[in-house]
Design a protein around this ligand. Structure first.
Ligand code: UDP
Ligand code: MN
Length: 362
């Protein structure tokens, strides 16, 4: 009996020993795996030095014109961006080419222009909408010249220019099959009103005119220039563009509207990317629905005395949480020289023009 008991005891000890061995081995291998994958993912992070230099140079530029709180905000932003353990750096090691709902994200190298061109009929008509109100008419000349050079080359394009000063619109020689339409609108005050009014004007025109003339609409800011090829790869049912300042940032840091009282509110559990208001696209029907919904939300907010933190852009982001874009454009399609990580882009196709915000909006 005693022999049996002592034998059972020694089996228990063996089992216990084995269990302990497994636990210790698993812990060690878990840490080893973590260490190895971290080394593979981050390496020595050699670009950090470049970023530090970039940031210092940016902050020193006279045109940067940042006050102390803004500088601190910028530095905090950079701190997250440069932490080698952050989601940011992990993302940069593998720029996404698909959204979680499997929509393509368009970067150089992810599409074949020749093949795509063969999929669109030769009589395809694309509308490019742009607003040039008050001092912003000064951007039109370079905007249109660059569009003739790079935007939908060889395609039929309708430029829809919304302005309060039709007489000041420059006359640009347009390629065959391309035309400019001037649409007169009132000059709102302040500048945010002009920006937000775009949703109302676009929804009205989509309903009453655009659907008759074009299949797709591309809606953009005017303080921009095309700098490289932008073609049919950007067309789709509903197309949004990653904001160049946030494409490497973790979701919790995205500047959505955080006040539940606004209809642009996005809760911490929602949101995918932060999209830029300066370029979105889609079929006329989709753009009608988007602009109509955003305008309704802007009006409802106004009636409660609220304005979303980033105006129409906040409402656009809210809309796109529920209505996932069928295609997403990388920051190649909306770049700004003030943004970090330009070295990650093979092309900078659509560039923001540097402007003196206060002067131009006065
Ligand atoms: N806009 C305009 N006149 C103004 C203010 C804005 O025509 O006085 C239009 C213009 O198309 C501009 C867009 O609204 O590109 C958005 O404003 P802005 O470019 O100043 O915003 P940001 O890109 O700096 O956020
Ligand atoms: Mn702009």
């Amino acid at each position: 009996m005693r022999t049996l008991q002592s034998c059972m005891g020694c089996q228990y000890r063996k089992l216990l020993g084995l269990l302990l061995f497994y636990i210790i081995a698993s812990v060690i291998s878990w840490h080893l795996i973590k260490l190895i994958s971290r080394m593979a993912l981050y390496g020595e992070c050699p670009v950090n030095a470049t970023w530090v230099r970039e940031i210092s140079e940016l902050l020193e530029r006279p045109s940067c014109n940042l006050d102390e709180p803004q500088k601190n905000k910028m530095l905090a932003h950079c701190k997250i961006t440069m932490d080698p353990n952050s989601q940011t750096v992990r993302m940069m090691r593998s720029l996404p080419v698909l959204t979680p709902w499997l929509a393509p994200i368009i970067w150089e190298g992810t599409f074949d222009t020749k093949l795509l061109n063969s999929q669109f009929k030769p009589d395809l008509q694309v509308g490019l909408t742009v607003f040039a109100v008050k001092k912003y008419v000064q951007f039109l000349q370079n905007f249109l010249l660059s569009a003739e050079e790079h935007f939908m080359v060889g395609r039929k394009v309708h430029y829809y220019i919304f302005t309060d000063q039709p007489k000041k619109i420059p006359t640009i020689p347009l390629h065959h099959g391309r035309s400019a339409h001037i649409l007169e609108i009132p000059a709102h005050q302040p500048w945010q009103e002009i920006s937000m009014y775009r949703m109302e004007a676009l929804s009205m025109m989509a309903k009453h005119r655009f659907y008759n003339e074009v299949q797709y609409l591309v809606c953009v800011d005017v303080d921009m220039v095309f700098n490289d090829h932008v073609g049919v790869e950007i067309l789709g049912e509903l197309v949004a563009t990653l904001h160049p300042g946030y494409f490497t940032m973790p979701r919790y840091s995205l500047p959505y509207e955080h006040r539940p009282s606004s209809l642009a509110y996005i809760s911490p559990a929602e949101g995918d990317f932060y999209y830029m208001g300066a370029i979105f696209a889609g079929t006329v029907a989709q753009i009608y629905q988007l602009t109509y919904a955003c305008n309704r939300a802007i009006i409802a907010d106004k009636s409660k005395g609220i304005e979303a933190v980033w105006h129409d852009e906040s409402h656009l982001n809210r809309y796109l949480v529920r209505h996932k874009p069928t295609k997403v454009l990388s920051p190649e399609y909306m770049w700004d020289v003030y943004m970090l990580h330009g070295d990650l882009l093979k092309k900078k196709r659509f560039l923001a023009v540097t402007k003196d915000h206060e002067e131009i909006r006065s």
